[in-house]
Design a binder for this molecule. Structure first.
Ligand code: NAP
Length: 454
């Protein structure tokens, strides 16, 4: 089997080579996860939750090391890597405070003497995770899942294998029983056999539609639950009565943070005709403030894409859109893994820039005739992660919330993840929810208990 290579996308240097586990080694780790589960499920929820405090401490104590690895392996600016680790500590703190309440028995009044719902863990859960937020994506899965009493196996994206090993180390250092959280250094081809292992009870995948469809179909064959967090093509709607300065400021963060490689990034900017020119002009001005360079330098605020092949793919989508009538009016020239902040105007349905997810720093600008047209364009997507709407008329927009088909509606704010709120999509963006109470209840047996006193 070929080694798994971690490359620095900034200069293409080899950071490390990893030897994938053999089939036998993988089986041993799965078995060990199941053995760990048999004791871990008996540990009280309050004890499990207490360990999270330690996880948060270890993340913050080692923040420089972990942030440095994120930046080296996937190219985001170091300041964004630091913020990512801080967010992981936040999710630990949130579930440390709330897990007991979320997982407590729920009394239901029926004709029984006593009836209630209890939430029991399922067993070992496999997580297949992406590289774009190499720590955050894993923590938002692992913290609730493990605190619910499951054990976790992580198959991380190959290009962030050192991050994957750091994460395993965090759980070890925090004092978790052995094998409650393990990283598997394996290729995507090896995932099938892990899902098919009887000791693995459920799967969570964050990634592309292609990977999601493959993993969920294998899980389906095995009658195992899966949660899928896939792509997005979020609309960012600006209505004519919006605070345009605020909308532009937010739009820049919504599209360009993480070098545009976020599932919930705003991708289609749908602007009402009468404020289009004003919005565009201010947007362009703000792009001049980005400083590209070595992502490990504190002064860099715009990174490189995580892999050169991903930048090439984006370039191809932009070119195809231009062939169909879109216009590049800012940026657009790729250099290896570097893709500059780019504006594509005149974007319409039928172009990749409208129909597909552009997973990089390209903003697609679309003119809407009026409010209703803007809402129709927003829903015209195979994805359904989230939508942002900018307007001063909150009462009116609240009445329109039901029209949107997405998993989240944010008004006058970018779509963002927050441990207190559920996160997930509709349509080809996947199914299931992460974070909040909904997230911790994804990998549990919702058990009905009915007692009649005789
Ligand atoms: P990807 O190619 O699907 O990879 C994601 C993970 O799946 C990696 O660990 C990858 O391993 C693995 N994988 C790929 N093909 C597989 C297969 N056939 N069977 C089993 N595992 C497989 O996605 P990506 O390019 O890394 O990430 C970008 C995509 O993720 C975008 O579409 C983005 O929108 C989506 N995403 C969604 C969310 C969300 O919460 N909804 C968050 C972040 C990203 P290897 O690296 O070894 O191939």
């Amino acid at each position: 089997m070929n080694n798994i290579t971690s490359l620095n996308p900034y200069d293409n240097s080899v950071l490390e080579e990893f030897k994938p586990l053999t089939a036998n080694e993988v089986s041993k780790k799965v078995k060990a996860a199941d053995i760990a589960f048999q004791s871990w499920k008996k540990v009280s929820i309050s004890k499990r939750a207490k360990l999270l405090k330690k996880v948060g401490d270890i993340l913050l104590e080692n923040i420089e090391t972990y942030a440095k690895t994120i930046t080296l392996e996937m190219g985001k600016p170091i300041s964004e890597s630091i913020a990512e680790i801080e967010k992981c500590a936040w999710v630990c703190d949130f579930y440390a405070k709330n897990a007991e309440e979320f997982l407590a028995d729920e009394i239901i009044e029926t004709d029984a003497s006593e009836s209630f719902i209890s939430y029991d863990p399922l067993g070992t859960v496999l997580a297949v995770m992406p590289w774009n937020y190499p720590f955050w994506q894993v923590f938002r899965f692992a913290v609730p899942t493990v605190t619910a009493g499951n054990t976790a196996l992580l198959k991380h994206a190959s290009n962030v294998s050192r991050c994957a090993l750091h994460i395993e180390e965090v759980f070890q250092k925090a004092g978790y029983p052995e094998n409650v959280f393990q990283t598997l250094i394996i290729s995507s081809k090896q995932v099938k056999s892990v899902i098919e292992n009887d000791l693995v009870k459920a799967i969570s995948l964050t990634g592309s539609e292609k990977a999601g469809a493959s993993v969920a179909s294998i899980a389906g064959q095995q009658i195992k639950k899966s949660v899928l967090e896939l792509g997005g093509n979020n609309a960012f709607i600006v209505l004519k009565d919006a605070d345009i300065e605020w909308a532009v400021k937010t739009a820049i963060r919504a599209r360009f943070q993480n070098t545009g490689q976020s599932c919930i990034a705003a991708k289609r900017f749908i602007i009402e005709e009468s404020v289009y020119d004003q919005f565009l002009e201010l947007f362009q001005e703000k792009l001049d403030n980005f400083r590209s360079g070595n992502p490990s330098d504190q002064s860099t605020n715009f990174g490189v894409m995580a892999r050169e092949d991903l930048a090439k793919e984006l370039d191809e989508q932009v070119k195809q859109s231009v062939n169909k009538g879109a216009k590049i009016t800012y940026g657009g020239t790729r250099e290896k893994a570097y893709f500059p902040p780019t504006i594509l105007e005149n974007v319409k349905p039928g172009m990749p820039a409208f129909d597909e997810e552009l997973f990089g720093p390209v903003a697609s600008f679309i003119v809407a005739k009026d409010e209703q047209h803007a809402f129709e364009l927003a829903n015209q997507s195979t994805f359904g992660l989230g939508v942002s709407i900018f307007t001063k008329n909150i009462q009116k927009i609240k009445k329109a919330i039901g029209q949107f088909e997405d998993g989240a509606v944010f008004i006058n704010e970018l779509v963002k993840s927050d441990p207190r709120l559920p996160f997930g999509g509709t349509k080809k963006s996947g199914f299931g929810r992460e974070l909040s109470r909904e997230g911790i209840l994804e990998f549990v047996n919702t058990k009905t208990v009915y007692i009649k006193k005789t």
